[in-house]
Ligand binder design. Structure first.
Ligand code: BT5
Length: 279
Protein backbone atom coordinates (compact mmCIF):
# COMPACT_ATOMS: atom_id res chain seq x y z
CA UNK A 1 0.00 0.00 0.00
CA UNK A 2 1.12 3.59 -0.66
CA UNK A 3 1.48 5.97 2.27
CA UNK A 4 1.37 9.07 0.07
CA UNK A 5 -1.10 11.75 1.09
CA UNK A 6 -3.65 12.80 -1.57
CA UNK A 7 -2.60 15.71 -3.80
CA UNK A 8 -3.66 19.09 -2.35
CA UNK A 9 -4.67 21.53 -5.05
CA UNK A 10 -4.30 24.59 -2.77
CA UNK A 11 -0.64 23.73 -2.39
CA UNK A 12 -0.12 23.72 -6.16
CA UNK A 13 -2.09 26.91 -6.71
CA UNK A 14 -0.38 28.80 -3.90
CA UNK A 15 2.85 29.05 -5.87
CA UNK A 16 1.81 28.39 -9.46
CA UNK A 17 3.01 31.16 -11.76
CA UNK A 18 1.24 30.45 -15.03
CA UNK A 19 -1.14 32.47 -17.17
CA UNK A 20 -3.43 29.64 -18.23
CA UNK A 21 -2.06 26.13 -17.69
CA UNK A 22 -3.47 24.82 -14.41
CA UNK A 23 -5.72 27.83 -13.74
CA UNK A 24 -8.57 25.30 -13.67
CA UNK A 25 -7.75 21.92 -12.17
CA UNK A 26 -10.29 19.12 -11.84
CA UNK A 27 -9.15 16.59 -9.25
CA UNK A 28 -10.45 13.04 -8.82
CA UNK A 29 -9.57 10.20 -6.51
CA UNK A 30 -10.29 7.68 -9.27
CA UNK A 31 -11.16 7.93 -12.98
CA UNK A 32 -11.10 5.58 -15.93
CA UNK A 33 -8.57 7.71 -17.81
CA UNK A 34 -7.74 11.38 -17.33
CA UNK A 35 -7.31 11.65 -21.12
CA UNK A 36 -10.82 10.34 -21.79
CA UNK A 37 -12.30 12.76 -19.30
CA UNK A 38 -10.26 15.66 -20.67
CA UNK A 39 -11.43 14.89 -24.22
CA UNK A 40 -15.04 14.89 -23.06
CA UNK A 41 -14.81 18.27 -21.35
CA UNK A 42 -12.71 19.73 -24.16
CA UNK A 43 -15.46 18.79 -26.62
CA UNK A 44 -17.90 20.67 -24.35
CA UNK A 45 -15.72 23.78 -24.53
CA UNK A 46 -13.32 23.55 -21.55
CA UNK A 47 -10.77 26.33 -21.63
CA UNK A 48 -7.21 25.96 -22.81
CA UNK A 49 -4.95 25.02 -19.93
CA UNK A 50 -7.61 23.07 -18.01
CA UNK A 51 -6.09 20.13 -16.15
CA UNK A 52 -7.49 16.83 -14.95
CA UNK A 53 -5.57 15.01 -12.21
CA UNK A 54 -6.42 11.67 -10.65
CA UNK A 55 -4.88 9.63 -7.86
CA UNK A 56 -5.49 6.43 -9.80
CA UNK A 57 -6.87 5.33 -13.18
CA UNK A 58 -8.80 2.14 -13.75
CA UNK A 59 -8.29 2.22 -17.51
CA UNK A 60 -5.14 4.27 -17.99
CA UNK A 61 -4.06 4.20 -21.63
CA UNK A 62 -0.81 4.10 -23.51
CA UNK A 63 -0.46 4.44 -27.28
CA UNK A 64 -2.19 2.01 -29.63
CA UNK A 65 -4.65 0.86 -26.96
CA UNK A 66 -1.89 -0.32 -24.60
CA UNK A 67 -2.55 -0.37 -20.88
CA UNK A 68 -0.95 2.21 -18.60
CA UNK A 69 -0.73 0.97 -15.03
CA UNK A 70 -1.65 3.84 -12.68
CA UNK A 71 -1.41 2.95 -8.99
CA UNK A 72 -1.95 5.52 -6.23
CA UNK A 73 1.14 7.63 -5.56
CA UNK A 74 1.79 8.41 -9.23
CA UNK A 75 1.08 11.65 -11.06
CA UNK A 76 -1.58 11.03 -13.70
CA UNK A 77 -2.71 14.16 -15.46
CA UNK A 78 -4.08 15.53 -18.72
CA UNK A 79 -3.85 19.05 -20.08
CA UNK A 80 -6.21 20.55 -22.63
CA UNK A 81 -4.55 22.75 -25.25
CA UNK A 82 -6.04 24.60 -28.19
CA UNK A 83 -3.01 25.31 -30.37
CA UNK A 84 -3.10 27.03 -33.72
CA UNK A 85 -1.31 24.09 -35.18
CA UNK A 86 -1.37 22.10 -38.32
CA UNK A 87 -2.47 18.54 -37.47
CA UNK A 88 0.83 17.13 -38.71
CA UNK A 89 2.77 19.29 -36.23
CA UNK A 90 1.01 17.87 -33.17
CA UNK A 91 3.98 15.53 -32.30
CA UNK A 92 6.02 18.59 -31.38
CA UNK A 93 3.73 19.02 -28.36
CA UNK A 94 4.73 15.55 -27.14
CA UNK A 95 8.37 16.47 -27.58
CA UNK A 96 7.97 19.72 -25.70
CA UNK A 97 6.14 17.93 -22.87
CA UNK A 98 8.82 15.26 -22.46
CA UNK A 99 11.38 18.05 -22.22
CA UNK A 100 9.28 19.82 -19.56
CA UNK A 101 9.10 16.58 -17.51
CA UNK A 102 12.82 15.87 -17.87
CA UNK A 103 13.76 19.43 -16.88
CA UNK A 104 11.45 19.31 -13.85
CA UNK A 105 13.17 16.11 -12.70
CA UNK A 106 16.67 17.53 -13.19
CA UNK A 107 15.77 20.80 -11.49
CA UNK A 108 14.35 19.15 -8.39
CA UNK A 109 16.53 16.09 -7.95
CA UNK A 110 20.05 14.95 -8.42
CA UNK A 111 19.04 12.69 -11.30
CA UNK A 112 19.91 12.70 -14.99
CA UNK A 113 16.74 12.08 -16.97
CA UNK A 114 16.85 11.40 -20.69
CA UNK A 115 14.17 11.69 -23.34
CA UNK A 116 13.35 8.90 -25.72
CA UNK A 117 11.56 9.56 -28.97
CA UNK A 118 8.68 9.97 -29.25
CA UNK A 119 7.02 10.02 -25.83
CA UNK A 120 9.13 8.77 -22.93
CA UNK A 121 11.31 10.10 -20.15
CA UNK A 122 13.88 7.68 -18.80
CA UNK A 123 16.17 7.45 -15.80
CA UNK A 124 19.08 5.06 -16.25
CA UNK A 125 17.39 3.67 -19.36
CA UNK A 126 14.17 2.90 -17.48
CA UNK A 127 10.83 4.53 -18.16
CA UNK A 128 9.72 6.95 -15.46
CA UNK A 129 7.18 8.83 -17.60
CA UNK A 130 5.03 8.18 -20.66
CA UNK A 131 3.08 10.76 -22.64
CA UNK A 132 -0.06 10.20 -24.68
CA UNK A 133 -1.04 13.06 -26.97
CA UNK A 134 -4.50 12.86 -28.52
CA UNK A 135 -5.64 15.44 -31.03
CA UNK A 136 -9.10 16.34 -32.22
CA UNK A 137 -8.69 17.70 -35.71
CA UNK A 138 -10.92 19.37 -38.27
CA UNK A 139 -9.42 18.77 -41.67
CA UNK A 140 -5.82 19.91 -41.45
CA UNK A 141 -6.55 22.12 -38.43
CA UNK A 142 -6.37 21.21 -34.77
CA UNK A 143 -9.48 21.82 -32.68
CA UNK A 144 -8.01 20.69 -29.35
CA UNK A 145 -5.22 18.51 -28.07
CA UNK A 146 -5.14 16.52 -24.86
CA UNK A 147 -1.69 15.78 -23.48
CA UNK A 148 -1.73 12.92 -21.00
CA UNK A 149 1.28 12.59 -18.72
CA UNK A 150 1.94 9.60 -16.52
CA UNK A 151 4.78 9.93 -14.01
CA UNK A 152 5.82 7.14 -11.71
CA UNK A 153 6.33 9.41 -8.73
CA UNK A 154 5.73 7.84 -5.31
CA UNK A 155 5.09 4.31 -6.42
CA UNK A 156 6.79 1.10 -5.44
CA UNK A 157 7.92 -0.93 -8.40
CA UNK A 158 6.10 -3.98 -7.07
CA UNK A 159 2.82 -2.16 -7.73
CA UNK A 160 3.54 -2.54 -11.48
CA UNK A 161 2.98 -5.78 -13.39
CA UNK A 162 6.10 -7.97 -13.49
CA UNK A 163 6.77 -7.38 -17.19
CA UNK A 164 6.44 -3.60 -16.89
CA UNK A 165 8.69 -3.58 -13.79
CA UNK A 166 11.62 -4.75 -15.87
CA UNK A 167 11.61 -1.66 -18.05
CA UNK A 168 10.21 0.92 -15.60
CA UNK A 169 11.35 2.92 -12.63
CA UNK A 170 9.83 5.48 -10.28
CA UNK A 171 11.15 8.64 -8.65
CA UNK A 172 10.62 7.04 -5.25
CA UNK A 173 12.68 4.03 -6.29
CA UNK A 174 15.51 6.18 -7.64
CA UNK A 175 15.59 8.60 -4.71
CA UNK A 176 14.76 6.09 -1.94
CA UNK A 177 12.23 8.59 -0.61
CA UNK A 178 8.87 10.05 -1.54
CA UNK A 179 8.68 13.28 -3.49
CA UNK A 180 6.50 16.35 -2.98
CA UNK A 181 3.97 15.81 -5.78
CA UNK A 182 2.44 19.28 -5.47
CA UNK A 183 5.82 20.94 -5.92
CA UNK A 184 6.56 18.67 -8.87
CA UNK A 185 3.24 19.55 -10.51
CA UNK A 186 3.69 23.29 -9.95
CA UNK A 187 7.07 23.31 -11.66
CA UNK A 188 5.99 20.96 -14.41
CA UNK A 189 2.97 23.12 -15.32
CA UNK A 190 5.15 26.23 -15.39
CA UNK A 191 7.67 24.57 -17.69
CA UNK A 192 4.93 23.26 -19.97
CA UNK A 193 3.47 26.71 -20.36
CA UNK A 194 6.90 28.20 -20.97
CA UNK A 195 7.71 25.77 -23.80
CA UNK A 196 4.19 25.90 -25.21
CA UNK A 197 4.20 29.69 -25.46
CA UNK A 198 7.67 29.64 -27.00
CA UNK A 199 6.58 27.09 -29.53
CA UNK A 200 3.34 28.99 -30.32
CA UNK A 201 5.48 32.07 -31.05
CA UNK A 202 7.37 30.06 -33.62
CA UNK A 203 10.42 29.71 -31.40
CA UNK A 204 10.68 25.93 -31.45
CA UNK A 205 14.36 25.53 -32.35
CA UNK A 206 15.75 26.15 -28.84
CA UNK A 207 13.29 23.57 -27.49
CA UNK A 208 14.43 21.05 -30.06
CA UNK A 209 18.05 21.80 -29.26
CA UNK A 210 17.51 21.15 -25.56
CA UNK A 211 15.53 18.02 -26.32
CA UNK A 212 18.32 16.70 -28.55
CA UNK A 213 20.89 17.30 -25.81
CA UNK A 214 18.91 14.99 -23.50
CA UNK A 215 18.11 12.39 -26.13
CA UNK A 216 19.66 9.00 -25.50
CA UNK A 217 19.92 7.44 -28.91
CA UNK A 218 20.51 10.12 -31.54
CA UNK A 219 23.47 8.98 -33.61
CA UNK A 220 22.93 5.33 -32.67
CA UNK A 221 21.91 2.39 -34.80
CA UNK A 222 18.33 1.61 -33.89
CA UNK A 223 15.25 -0.31 -34.86
CA UNK A 224 11.87 1.40 -35.06
CA UNK A 225 8.68 -0.59 -35.05
CA UNK A 226 5.80 1.45 -36.38
CA UNK A 227 2.27 0.47 -37.28
CA UNK A 228 3.02 -1.53 -40.37
CA UNK A 229 6.78 -1.81 -40.64
CA UNK A 230 10.09 -2.34 -38.92
CA UNK A 231 12.92 -0.08 -39.97
CA UNK A 232 16.52 -0.15 -38.90
CA UNK A 233 19.16 2.47 -39.41
CA UNK A 234 20.95 5.36 -37.78
CA UNK A 235 18.82 7.82 -35.83
CA UNK A 236 20.10 10.99 -37.46
CA UNK A 237 17.83 13.65 -36.02
CA UNK A 238 14.38 14.73 -34.95
CA UNK A 239 12.89 17.44 -37.13
CA UNK A 240 10.80 20.48 -36.29
CA UNK A 241 7.52 18.59 -36.56
CA UNK A 242 8.78 15.97 -34.08
CA UNK A 243 9.42 13.27 -36.70
CA UNK A 244 12.41 10.93 -36.40
CA UNK A 245 14.86 10.99 -39.29
CA UNK A 246 16.59 7.69 -39.98
CA UNK A 247 19.40 6.91 -42.40
CA UNK A 248 19.07 3.37 -43.72
CA UNK A 249 22.10 1.21 -44.52
CA UNK A 250 21.79 2.03 -48.21
CA UNK A 251 21.90 5.74 -47.39
CA UNK A 252 18.20 6.40 -47.94
CA UNK A 253 16.71 8.92 -45.53
CA UNK A 254 13.37 8.03 -43.95
CA UNK A 255 11.04 10.11 -41.82
CA UNK A 256 9.05 8.26 -39.16
CA UNK A 257 6.10 9.92 -37.46
CA UNK A 258 5.47 7.42 -34.66
CA UNK A 259 6.71 4.09 -33.40
CA UNK A 260 8.72 2.25 -30.77
CA UNK A 261 12.48 2.52 -30.76
CA UNK A 262 15.05 0.05 -29.49
CA UNK A 263 18.82 0.12 -29.69
CA UNK A 264 20.72 -2.28 -31.86
CA UNK A 265 24.18 -2.88 -30.43
CA UNK A 266 27.08 -2.24 -32.75
CA UNK A 267 28.06 -5.90 -32.32
CA UNK A 268 24.70 -6.73 -33.90
CA UNK A 269 25.84 -4.77 -36.89
CA UNK A 270 28.98 -6.86 -37.17
CA UNK A 271 27.45 -10.24 -36.47
CA UNK A 272 24.07 -9.34 -37.98
CA UNK A 273 22.48 -11.12 -35.04
CA UNK A 274 19.07 -9.74 -34.30
CA UNK A 275 19.31 -9.38 -30.55
CA UNK A 276 17.97 -6.06 -29.37
CA UNK A 277 19.03 -4.16 -26.35
CA UNK A 278 16.03 -2.16 -25.27
CA UNK A 279 16.54 1.43 -24.34
C1 BT5 B 1 2.78 5.70 -23.07
O1 BT5 B 1 2.37 4.82 -24.02
O2 BT5 B 1 3.87 5.71 -22.54
C2 BT5 B 1 1.74 6.75 -22.71
C3 BT5 B 1 1.36 6.73 -21.27
C4 BT5 B 1 0.43 7.87 -20.93
C5 BT5 B 1 -0.16 7.74 -19.57
C6 BT5 B 1 -0.94 8.95 -19.16
S1 BT5 B 1 -1.44 8.89 -17.49
C7 BT5 B 1 -2.49 10.23 -17.70
C8 BT5 B 1 -3.13 10.08 -19.08
N1 BT5 B 1 -4.34 9.29 -19.02
C9 BT5 B 1 -4.22 8.12 -19.68
O3 BT5 B 1 -5.10 7.25 -19.79
N2 BT5 B 1 -2.99 8.07 -20.24
C10 BT5 B 1 -2.20 9.23 -19.96
P1 BT5 B 1 3.31 3.75 -24.69
O4 BT5 B 1 4.58 4.39 -25.19
O5 BT5 B 1 2.46 3.05 -25.67
O6 BT5 B 1 3.74 2.79 -23.51
C11 BT5 B 1 2.84 1.85 -22.97
C12 BT5 B 1 3.65 0.74 -22.36
O7 BT5 B 1 4.36 1.21 -21.19
C13 BT5 B 1 2.82 -0.44 -21.85
O8 BT5 B 1 2.56 -1.34 -22.88
C14 BT5 B 1 3.70 -1.02 -20.76
O9 BT5 B 1 4.66 -1.88 -21.34
C15 BT5 B 1 4.44 0.17 -20.23
N3 BT5 B 1 3.83 0.69 -18.99
C16 BT5 B 1 2.56 0.58 -18.55
N4 BT5 B 1 2.38 1.21 -17.38
C17 BT5 B 1 3.59 1.75 -17.06
C18 BT5 B 1 4.06 2.52 -15.97
N5 BT5 B 1 3.28 2.94 -14.98
N6 BT5 B 1 5.37 2.85 -15.99
C19 BT5 B 1 6.22 2.50 -16.99
N7 BT5 B 1 5.82 1.77 -18.04
C20 BT5 B 1 4.51 1.39 -18.07
Amino acid sequence: MQKTEPIRLEKIKEKLQTEFIGKTIHYFSEVTSTNDLAKQIAALGAKEGTIIIAETQTRGKGRLGRKWTSPRGGIWLSTILRPELDARDVPKLTLMTSLAVAKTISQLFNLKPQVKWPNDVLIDAKKVCGILTEANTRGAKTDFVVIGIGINANINLDSLPRQVRETATSLKHELKREIDREQFLQILLEKMEHYYVMSARGNFDPILKEWRSLCRFLGSYIEVTSLNEKIEGWAVDVDRSGALIIRLRDGTIKKVLSGDVSFKRSTDLDTKSNKNASL
